[in-house]
Design a protein around this ligand. Structure first.
Ligand code: M6R
Length: 593
């Protein structure tokens, strides 16, 4: 779960790699580094621990010269956060440099084997075996491309890596297995990166690598690219696709943080969740209804959206969806058969746990559908049918607008399963009101949360997943411990933790859950809790009221309730001096198990 980028072309490589690292930083920010071919023939490495800006202030990525280079921003897996463990890693002589995203599962055996052949290692990472394996191939007289393909054949696990060799200064090699990698094809220049955001300013033409594929890029004597199946070593043909996202969508603009920008975009981008191909939507809904068992697999925020989806499907189409956490799906996968349908829900389309579910489902002969944001992502490509979130690139590590659009897509689907259409025009206005009405109150509340250690989020029915989501958002970016739970469960144990002043956020929409949920809030208040009521009308039991707009169809309340909770998490993180876009220990797409 790191970000990698490579460049081969006519622009100053240091600047391109530096801006690429900034664009990919959401994938990992423990350390970063760059390798360039300098003076036409030597590999120069600069790397350190810290965030890209911190490292750049001393190591000056921009000043690196040359026209070929690779770079990496790290989220540590094997080996601590130290300068030697930062990428790029090099071969013994330093002639081959590699950046890697993923985990090499057989790295210990490979290290032993390479050590016995005289190789010395400078880091504790699994990744470092790759440049040494390539070096072995070169020593055996193989050309650079064949040496890289040979190294790929020996690796087990997940990898996307880029390799440079000082003996081949105008070439760049890249390979992928279970970690994303996209080639950006410009005029007389190539980019290779973990996602398309770093090169959108320069080209919209891209080739998506599949598992088991490698690419060889060459700049000298004309630009050339060749694709290979690295298992057979055979050359293959690949199609160039056009990317629809624009570079400005992935920039902060006037906002201090991506997270705030992405929340403020919601009134507008939510409506885009309805931009679906009618036929795909109908077929998707029919596939769900026809399936003997319909599983939904997802992680984190996407899992919470799927729980709301389940409630809607039950209510509108009387269909039970089996929503399972992707990381726990192995426990359910025994019940998979060729009559099952697995719906993978993922913003990134690259979450390793979700991909494992898809592979298990394929092995059982089940159908795979998906709901994703990133077009061309692995989940998208492994699915028979995909519905897209259409919320544009989401850069902040905390999922916000993608959650809302996941709700939007589930809502459309559940209505389609009932044979009805749904109109989101008015909801956009309600989302806007949800943002505006509570902002000042939320800023004040965040000042109070600054000194709190525990917060509880309660909800019933379809508001329960929103309580889970409110708690996850607060935890991940403000580092305040939070728990989301079904309101009725409080009295079965957790009530013991409530003391004077403990904040309890009570989701209290005017639907069939209203009175019971309110009573659960009152039980907590009687033990000293401060009740933050989220509802359409104020209530004497609320210590603070977060106002929701009144909407005709109560089914939509989960969408509207989400808004103040996202803002609360954001302002609490800012109040506590945390960076909401880059929470500690986390990264945007989790490509490890
Ligand atoms: O890309 P995905 O939707 O598959 O990601 C799943 C989770 O990793 C993600 O939702 C995570 O929980 C977010 N950081 C939450 O804000």
């Amino acid at each position: 779960m790191c970000g990698i980028i490579g460049y081969l072309g006519f622009r100053p490589v240091g600047k391109i790699l530096h801006s690429g690292l900034k664009a990919l930083e959401y994938r990992g920010y423990d350390s970063a580094g760059v390798a360039v071919i300098e003076g036409g023939a030597a590999v120069r490495i600069v790397k350190d621990t810290g965030k890209v800006d911190e490292i750049n202030s001393s190591l000056k990525f921009d000043s690196l010269e040359g026209h070929a280079g690779i770079a990496h921003t790290r989220w540590a897996t094997h080996g601590g956060v130290t300068q030697p463990n930062a990428h790029p890693h090099v071969s013994c002589g330093g002639a081959v440099a590699v950046v890697h995203n993923g985990i090499i599962e057989n790295y210990k055996e490979l290290r032993e084997d390479l050590r016995s052949k005289g190789h010395a290692f400078a880091s504790q990472t699994d990744s470092e075996v790759i440049p040494h394996l390539i070096e072995e191939g070169l020593k055996a007289g193989l050309p650079f491309d064949k040496a890289v393909l040979g190294a790929c054949a020996r690796l087990k696990g997940s990898f996307a890596f880029l390799a440079l060799s000082s003996a081949n200064p105008s070439e760049l090699m890249a390979a992928r297995n279970e970690s994303p990698l996209i080639v950006g094809v410009g005029d007389n220049e190539f980019f290779v990166a973990s996602d398309c955001i770093p090169f959108l300013d320069y080209t919209k033409k891209a080739v998506f690598l599949n598992d088991g594929e490698a690419v060889w890029l060459k700049a000298e004597g004309g630009f050339e690219m060749k694709f290979f199946d690295f298992k057979s070593g055979r050359q293959i043909m690949k199609e160039i696709s056009e990317i629809k996202w624009s570079a400005s969508q992935a920039q902060k603009g006037e906002f201090e943080h991506f997270m705030l920008k992405e929340i403020m975009e919601e009134p507008f981008v939510f409506k885009q969740s309805a931009f679906q191909d009618e036929l795909v939507l109908k077929d998707f809904a029919k596939g769900v209804l026809d399936a003997k068992d319909a599983f939904v697999v997802a992680s984190g925020t996407s899992f919470h959206a799927s729980l709301v989806g389940r409630a809607w499907f039950k209510k509108l189409a009387a269909k039970d969806l089996k929503v399972v956490l992707a990381s726990e799906f192995a426990l359910d996968s025994e019940s998979l058969s060729k009559d099952s349908l697995v719906i993978a829900v993922s913003q990134s389309g690259e979450t390793a746990d979700v991909l494992d579910c898809i592979r298990a489902a394929k092995a059982a002969g089940a159908r795979i559908f998906s709901i994703v944001n990133v077009v061309g992502s692995t989940v998208d490509r492994l699915s028979e049918k995909t519905l897209y979130l259409n919320c544009g690139p989401e850069v902040g590590v905390a999922a916000t607008k993608s959650f809302l659009n996941q709700l939007g897509v589930f809502c459309l689907l559940a209505f389609a399963a009932k044979g009805e259409k749904v109109d989101f025009a008015e909801l956009g206005v309600f989302i806007e009101q949800g943002l505006e009405w509570n902002r000042e109150k939320l800023k004040e509340l965040a000042k109070e949360f600054k000194f709190r250690d525990n917060v509880y989020f309660l909800g019933r029915g379809a508001s329960y997943p929103i309580a889970l989501e409110g708690a996850l958002k607060l935890k991940e970016i403000s580092y305040i411990h939070a728990e989301g739970m079904p309101a009725g469960e409080l009295k079965h144990g957790t009530l013991a933790l409530i003391e004077k002043g403990t904040p309890v956020v009570l989701l209290n929409p005017p639907d069939s859950s209203f009175t019971h949920a309110l009573n659960n809030g009152i039980e907590a208040k009687a033990r000293g809790a401060k009740i933050i009521g989220v509802g359409v009308e104020n209530n004497e039991n609320y210590d603070l009221w977060l106002q929701l707009p009144k909407i005709e169809n109560p089914l939509f309340y989960p969408i509207i309730e989400t808004i103040p909770l996202q803002l609360l998490a954001y302002y609490s993180a800012v109040e506590r001096g945390r960076d909401p876009d880059k929470p500690r220990n986390l990264a945007k797409s989790v490509t490890v198990r």
